[in-house]
Design a binder for this molecule. Structure first.
Ligand code: FES
Length: 129
């Protein structure tokens, strides 16, 4: 199994876990928004380029919501199984306040799930973000 990892950071000073990800990745792409380390720009753009070149079986992503939206969009366009770990503002963190609820699609209905209770990891195709 090949593991391609894409890590994005704002700048060189914020880069973490590089050695740890190198140990578990076939290929590691590090990007910085300002180009001070690794590749310049957003990690998602490098994933997008590689989707066209690699035979990807699955994508597993965490990070800011705009990036996860782009991952979901790419996955759906390419029909790649994808899990995303959502970050939501949480009022209680124990499933009571519904402050972290996101729209969730089942085969029979649209409903809501709590990121703090049913998540935070979801099949990207099931949640509306
Ligand atoms: S944070 Fe309150 S239900 Fe999730």
């Amino acid at each position: 199994m090949n593991v391609y990892t894409y890590l994005g950071f704002r700048n060189k000073e914020l880069v973490i876990l590089e050695d740890e990800f190198k140990q578990v990745s076939t290929n590691l792409t590090i990007t910085t928004d300002d180009g001070t380390y690794g590749e310049s720009g957003y990690a998602i753009n490098y994933l997008e380029n590689d989707i066209e070149k690699l035979n990807i079986d699955g994508i597993f992503a965490c990070g800011p919501l705009p990036m996860l939206k782009k991952v979901k969009e790419l996955a759906e366009k390419s029909n790649i199984y994808t899990q995303i770990s959502l970050e939501e503002k949480m009022g209680c963190g124990i499933g009571v306040c519904l402050g972290c609820a996101v729209k969730y699609k089942t085969e029979t209905e649209d409903t809501f799930v709590r990121v703090c209770k049913e998540g935070p990891v979801f099949n990207a195709k099931d949640v509306e973000i």
